[in-house]
Every structure is written in C-alpha cells, then in structure tokens.
Design a protein around this ligand. Sequence first.
Ligand SMILES: C[S@@+](CC[C@H](N)C(=O)[O-])C[C@H]1O[C@@H](n2cnc3c(N)ncnc32)[C@H](O)[C@@H]1O
Length: 185
Amino acid sequence: MPEGHVTGFDLSEVFLDKARQTAVEQNCTNADFVQGDVYNLPFEDDTFNVVHTHQAVCHFHEQVKAIKELLRVIKPGGVLCMREADSDTVRFWPPQPLLDECFEMIRAVQRANGGSPDAGIKLKHCTVEAGVPRDKIEFTAGDFVYHTREQTEAFGMTWPGRVTQGALADKAVEMGFATRERLEE
Ligand SMILES: C[S@@+](CC[C@H](N)C(=O)[O-])C[C@H]1O[C@@H](n2cnc3c(N)ncnc32)[C@H](O)[C@@H]1O
C-alpha cells in the first residue's frame, strides 16, 4: 500500500519490536507502531479507513467491548475486518500427540485468560452484539489442509518452538498447564 499509512497496534512491546524490525528490513517507511490496550485505543474517533485484526480477538476477555472500541476509531463508511481461527477444529491424521499437546496448552492458556480459542465461529455474533446491523456484516469461513511435505513441515515444525518459549510458555507454567521440564524436553 505505497500511498497509504499503516499503524500497527499491540499490547506487547516484544511483538511490536519484531514488527518494527521487519518494517526496517523491508524498507517500509509508511508504517508506525503503537503500544496499548484494545479496550482503550489511543486514537481519536473516526481515525482509520480500515481496521484489521488477525488472531487477536481470541485473546480478548471482553470481545464485544473490544469490537465496540475498534468500531469507534473507524471513519464513517470504513471497514472493520477480523480474521480468527476456531482452533477447536484443528485436527491431525495420522495422530500427532506432540502437536495435540501444543494446541491443548494454547487453548488452556487462552481460556484461563478469559479468551476464546473458538473466536472464529463467534465473530458474527459478537459483532452484532457490538451494535453492527446484520445486513452490514459479511461472514465467511475457509479451511486449510496441509498435505505436502513442505506444507506439513512448515506448519508442524513451528509450533513446538512457538509454545515452549516466551509469554505463552511462562503463562502455561504459571497456570499449571505445563512444566518447565516438559517444555524443555
Ligand atoms: C496470536 S498473536 C497475533 C499477532 C498478529 N496479529 C499476527 O497475526 O501475527 C495475538 C496478539 O494479540 C495481542 N493482544 C492480546 N491482548 C491484547 C489487548 N488487550 N490489546 C492489544 N493487543 C492484545 C497479543 O499481544 C498478541 O500479539
């Protein structure tokens, strides 16, 4: 989007630093990055043409309140676009106990934090609750099937690394859903 401007927003400075670094590596000069909480966005009413969230609503404990706040900062006629998974439907065949364990841990931490691993299936309902008329909502769903060696490796091999370190791993240990020894195995 060479003529536009993108503001990246997240609660976590760790994620924001990664995004800033990626922007520098890709010579992206029309983006800035702001830290804050979705329930109290540091932006004026009617600021953005488009607000896009990706895999974020599943972490919010008050989803309707968050969506209302996202709507507040969109200009009249603008678009709110949200993309969420329903991770209850993630399945593997042949059985992959290690990946099942990773996803169980992610879902347990999300639920214990008040989030919803199945946010995808609930998005329309939450958006209606947030005050958007039904005829203004487009709701679609899709699925991914990973079957080539490249696809299964790209998907499967990232998860153990993603769940065994960082804030998620710390939370899982703190909440008793994993032990440090198991994560290090
Ligand atoms: C699964 S990550 C997705 C990150 C990014 N959107 C992506 O798709 O790669 C979920 C993100 O939601 C952020 N998050 C969780 N609760 C938040 C809140 N209350 N306000 C803002 N961001 C929040 C987390 O810090 C995390 O970076």
